[in-house]
Design a binder for this molecule. Structure first.
Ligand code: SAH
Length: 356
């Protein structure tokens, strides 16, 4: 049994049903039993695989993107890179290896990593020790000045969401209850204290929102406006504020019920990019995109990089590179579901990969 289950049950008995965001937050970030606290969730042994773990091409192209933006900012002699949720450090290590080709880039950067997982922090330390990174528990702890590049791959999808459902013209909030007959967690929709700004909706409309993603993006956008810099965020999600239930769980690479293994399955929801774009504008920063991961990687020349990696290599390795190229860009795989959003200050040109 999940060690988190009796804790959740106790909380529900004491305080009543838990709003979905509180449930998700406890499942992912509970100091002892939270999913993201101790284990390495990535790779074949874990529950899911991410783009940088599929191929070095992903991180390398992001490295080239960062260099291009650094040059667009006038190649500042000192600047920050912040990565949110760096996983095993693979993306950043591939990116900075690619960045070495540009004199002044590595010399000028100070690397900051926001990570709550101890086991992943250890792996990041191993992968990135040459760059002497500094770790933070939360974006709140960052007190940076000067131009900053912000990177996040599959970070926003791991932040807690709220769900609101319209029933007979009344907004309800989805909560998690303990069913004592069945001895398991279940959903219950309670009349909402908060009313989402959605206006009248047809009965049954379900609407998701992620307040933490919104406040993090607002802080980053404000920082970019004041100090200069840019952000690059890649995640699966929708471009135009679609409605519907996207709350999901993965365990051992298989979809499971989000309530079945609290603290032991990866819980995520689609990222609402439209909302993030609005927030960037509101803070006076300039959003670009979202574009699909396929368009972004094609714009950065993934085909050329894939070709170069195959040259003179054994057939099985060539196949591996071709397969990874397809996985990252094919609309049937990650190419279409994953979106990429960039944010810059308003003085910058359109970044690479965002020309439509
Ligand atoms: N970017 C990596 C890992 C993605 S998984 C990759 O692409 O491979 C999500 C990452 O975010 C993990 O490193 C996880 O530990 C971290 N994370 C999840 N919730 C977090 C939070 N609230 N604050 C900081 N890091 C978090």
């Amino acid at each position: 049994m999940s060690p988190l289950l009796p804790i959740l049950r106790g909380l529900i008995e004491e305080k009543g049903p838990l709003p979905l965001d509180s449930f998700m937050n406890l499942c992912l970030s509970h100091p002892e039993h939270g999913y993201y606290r101790k284990r390495d969730p990535l790779g074949r042994q874990g529950d899911f695989t991410t783009a940088p773990e599929i191929s070095q091409m992903f991180g390398e192209l992001i490295g080239i993107w960062c260099v291009e933006r650094w040059q667009a900012m006038g190649s500042p002699a000192s600047f920050n890179i912040v990565e949110l949720g760096p996983g095993r450090g693979t993306l950043m290590s591939d990116a900075l290896r690619a960045g070495k080709a540009s004199p002044g880039f590595i010399e000028g950067l100070k690397l900051h990593l926001v990570e709550i997982n101890d086991s992943l922090r250890r792996q990041q330390k191993q992968a990135l020790k040459a760059y002497d990174p500094v770790w933070y528990e939360s974006i709140e702890d960052l007190k940076l000045k000067g131009p900053t590049l912000w990177i996040g791959n599959e970070f926003f999808d791991a932040l807690p969401i709220q769900q609101f459902i319209s029933k007979d013209g009344i907004w309800h909030e989805r909560c998690v209850e303990f069913d004592t007959h069945k001895d398991e967690l279940c959903y219950v929709d309670l009349v909402s204290k908060e009313v989402p700004v959605m206006g009248e909706q047809p009965a049954g409309t379900l609407f998701e929102t992620c307040p933490l993603a919104q406040s993090i993006l607002a802080k980053i956008s404000a920082h970019i406006k004041i100090h200069g810099g840019c952000g690059l965020f890649i995640d699966y999600g929708y471009s135009r504020g679609e409605k519907g239930d996207t709350f999901q769980a993965l365990k051992d690479h298989q979809p499971v019920s989000p309530l079945a293994f609290p603290g032991q399955s990866d819980l995520t929801a689609h990222v609402d990019f439209q909302k993030l774009v609005e927030i960037a504008y509101r803070q006076g920063a300039q959003p670009h995109g979202p574009v699909t991961q396929e368009a972004f990687l094609n714009g950065l020349g993934i085909a050329v990089r894939a070709q170069a990696l195959q040259e003179g290599k054994h057939e099985s390795l060539q196949e591996e590179v071709k397969r990874a190229h397809l996985r990252l860009t094919s609309p049937k795989e990650m190419g279409n579901l994953f979106k990429v959003l960039a944010i810059t200050d308003s003085n910058q040109t359109v970044p690479c990969g965002f020309h439509v």
